[in-house]
Design a protein around this ligand. Structure first.
Ligand code: HEC
Ligand code: HEC
Ligand code: HEC
Ligand code: HEC
Ligand code: HEC
Ligand code: HEC
Ligand code: HEC
Ligand code: HEC
Length: 432
């Protein structure tokens, strides 16, 4: 496979180079781009010079085109998307297309809050868009980005192999995942790096463990054997169809699906959001599909641990998810009742008088004047603390699973119960 792929790339490179020979761009002297850019953007030139691309004669113009040649027309430089890389790296491009990373931009845009928040944080890439740039964009999507005055972020490949070194070994380093897989709702970096797997990796890096010591990285478990297709059993939201057999758990999950707006809170019927969930692969829709990913992971663990050891650890995560869902459902019930009794007003944009997690912290919808705090506590319980409870188990980090996860959920539920009491009291007094 590998030989064929490189063979293909080299033939593509040769044909590119032949074109440039003919147009005279690959002359003995440095091409114009580099000559001028040594002055304009010297760092990019030295990075490129250190890359395999430079050694293969793949210069600036192969990715950026030849239209822009002067100080005045830099707007004519093409910003290359993934398909430009895909011309030569066919396998990686095809694998990437099948993975979850390819859904990043679309799943961001499927969330209601995205369209209320400042463009600079989305299309400009300084907030959600800085991580959700991942994913191939359609021409219409690119036009919409341009319409907000933003020109960059057309490429996902440079998220792990940063430009202009485009290095393989950089992408093999778990720190390549850190910028995005950290923080509020997905602290995989913090969990992995402070648990034993990460500790071993750092100790090995520092030369304190033998070269042959095992230490699984993010890539080892999630992009095994160099694949660019990433996908896990539970995914981010931690929901799956069909509903669990356990009756209580199934009921709890229905409440979570209602708060996600995937089921209509009044009728229990699926809403349009289920279509987005399906098309963006936000949840595994069959038990078999889930099991396939789980089996792969158990096999990965079994590269080092015994099969039963690995399996027991993963089942601990599943069990904590069920327990976390019980707390979540209790909290959702309380807040939903506040809506029902008119104690919290339904924001204009909400489809139902019910909590809607797709608005994140904007629990007043577009309006910043009527944010509901009890709703915000509920959202945080779901998005930050429920996530940590099971993500911490899966990444074998005891402190995340307990103190930052489960214990915080307990605290949230206590807060919500107390706020309910106060809100109902205040509302009763208001009526008098
Ligand atoms: C005579 C000097 C000159 C030459 C020749 C030149 N550039 Fe540029 N290039 C510039 C300047 C100036 C800018 C704008 C820098 C800025 O916005 O601060 C620029 C910007 C760019 C940008 C960024 C555009 C953006 O919107 O941020 C790219 C990409 C680029 N050049 C690639 C090339 C390529 C490829 C070639 C050769 C085909 C080339 N340049 C030739 C001077 C030059
Ligand atoms: C293998 C493809 C590739 C090659 C070769 C390449 N670039 Fe780029 N370049 C990119 C990508 C990808 C981006 C980011 C595009 C985006 O954000 O939409 C970029 C962005 C840029 C930018 C604008 C962003 C910034 O950080 O300033 C400049 C300037 C630039 N390249 C200059 C160069 C120059 C000069 C060369 C040659 C020395 C070069 N590039 C070679 C792929 C390439
Ligand atoms: C004209 C063909 C061509 C284009 C376009 C191209 N590459 Fe490459 N690239 C190569 C060749 C040839 C190699 C060296 C052989 C190999 O690793 O397949 C290479 C090597 C690489 C490597 C491995 C470097 C290492 O450290 O070993 C990475 C990563 C890479 N390219 C990423 C990209 C990305 C990302 C883009 C788009 C922004 C891109 N390439 C565009 C031809 C190309
Ligand atoms: C999520 C991070 C990530 C993204 C995004 C990513 N890569 Fe990679 N890439 C990797 C890792 C990790 C490796 C090293 C695989 C290995 O260990 O063999 C790699 C290796 C490569 C190689 C070298 C293959 C070899 O064995 O020589 C190429 C070429 C490459 N990627 C191209 C791309 C292209 C093209 C894209 C965009 C479609 C892309 N990558 C997006 C993580 C990424
Ligand atoms: C020892 C293997 C292993 C390592 C190392 C590892 N993970 Fe995971 N990861 C898992 C398992 C197991 C799951 C849960 C899979 C499931 O749903 O059954 C998971 C789940 C995930 C998920 C989905 C949501 C979640 O957290 O449950 C993401 C995203 C993720 N990991 C990213 C990372 C990143 C980034 C790193 C490195 C900082 C990393 N992982 C390191 C095994 C690993
Ligand atoms: C530029 C930001 C960025 C970087 C860098 C990045 N990711 Fe991701 N990753 C994302 C986003 C965004 C998603 C969610 C995609 C979606 O919307 O479906 C994601 C999803 C995932 C998932 C899928 C979880 C699921 O739902 O099943 C895994 C696994 C994962 N990433 C692993 C990695 C690994 C390993 C690396 C480093 C080699 C990495 N990522 C680097 C942004 C990033
Ligand atoms: C620091 C980077 C980062 C920021 C900022 C960020 N995300 Fe994410 N997002 C991710 C990563 C990484 C994942 C995958 C996490 C996992 O699977 O555990 C993800 C997952 C998601 C998913 C679930 C995708 C799926 O199919 O499972 C949605 C939807 C989402 N993010 C929306 C948003 C919205 C909306 C914002 C801003 C209001 C935002 N994100 C901000 C990195 C980010
Ligand atoms: C590349 C080898 C490797 C892989 C793959 C791997 N581990 Fe580990 N794991 C280790 C090493 C080494 C340690 C530290 C030594 C020890 O405690 O046995 C460890 C430790 C652990 C621990 C104990 C942490 C503690 O605090 O004592 C758990 C639990 C664990 N791994 C679970 C998993 C799970 C689950 C998977 C698969 C998702 C997995 N491991 C995959 C090598 C690996």
């Amino acid at each position: 496979m590998r030989v064929m792929r490189v063979g293909l790339s080299i033939s593509v490179v040769l044909s590119f180079l032949m074109v440039f020979q003919e147009t005279g761009l690959a002359a003995e002297d440095e091409i114009n781009c580099i000559k001028c850019h040594r002055r304009i953007t010297p760092g990019h030139v030295t990075d490129w010079e250190a890359s395999t691309h430079a050694a293969m004669g793949i210069d600036c113009s192969i990715c950026h085109g030849t239209e822009h040649q002067s100080v005045k027309n830099s707007h004519l430089a093409v910003m290359p998307d993934e398909s430009v890389c895909g011309d030569c790296h066919h396998d990686q491009f095809e694998q990437f297309k099948k993975g979850k990373h390819n859904h990043g931009w679309k799943s961001l845009n499927a969330i209601n809050v995205t369209h209320l928040e400042p463009d600079v944080l989305m299309e400009g890439g300084r907030g959600c868009g800085g991580c959700h740039n991942m994913g191939i964009k359609t021409d219409e999507e690119k036009q919409a980005i341009r319409a907000t005055g933003n020109r960059y972020q057309n490429n996902s490949c440079d998220e792990c192999h940063t430009r202009h070194t485009f290095s393989k070994s950089e992408a093999q380093d778990p720190r390549a995942c850190q910028q995005c897989h950290m923080g509020y709702d997905h602290p995989q970096w913090e969990m992995w790096s402070s648990a034993k797997h990460g500790t071993r990796w750092f100790a090995k890096e520092a030369g304190r463990l033998p070269e042959t010591a095992t230490a699984p990285t993010c890539q080892h478990c999630h992009l095994p054997d160099g694949t660019h297709t990433n996908r896990t059993a539970w995914g981010f939201f931690g929901v799956r169809l069909p509903l669990p057999e356990d009756k209580q758990w199934a009921e709890d999950r229905v409440k979570i699906l209602k708060a996600l707006g995937i089921l209509n809170p009044e009728t229990g019927e699926p809403t349009q959001r289920l279509d987005a969930v399906k098309s963006l692969d936000m949840a595994r829709l069959t038990q078999e599909d889930w099991q396939k990913e789980r089996d792969k992971m158990v096999k990965t663990c079994a590269g080092c641990h015994s099969k039963s050891y690995g399996l027991a650890q993963l089942e601990a995560g599943d069990e904590m998810m069920q327990k976390a869902d019980r707390l979540m459902a209790q909290a959702i019930d309380i807040v939903a009742a506040l809506y029902k009794d008119g104690i919290i007003e339904k924001p204009a944009e909400y489809a139902f008088a019910y909590p809607d997690f797709f608005y994140f912290m904007r629990t007043g919808g577009a309006s910043m004047d009527h944010l509901s705090h009890v709703d915000q506590v509920l959202f945080e319980m779901y998005m930050k603390h429920r996530m940590r409870t099971y993500q911490g188990c899966f990444h074998v980090n005891p402190d995340y699973a307990y103190w930052y996860g489960w214990a915080m959920m307990t605290k949230d539920l206590g807060k919500i119960q107390e706020m309910e009491h106060l809100l109902r009291k205040a509302h009763g007094e208001e009526k008098k």
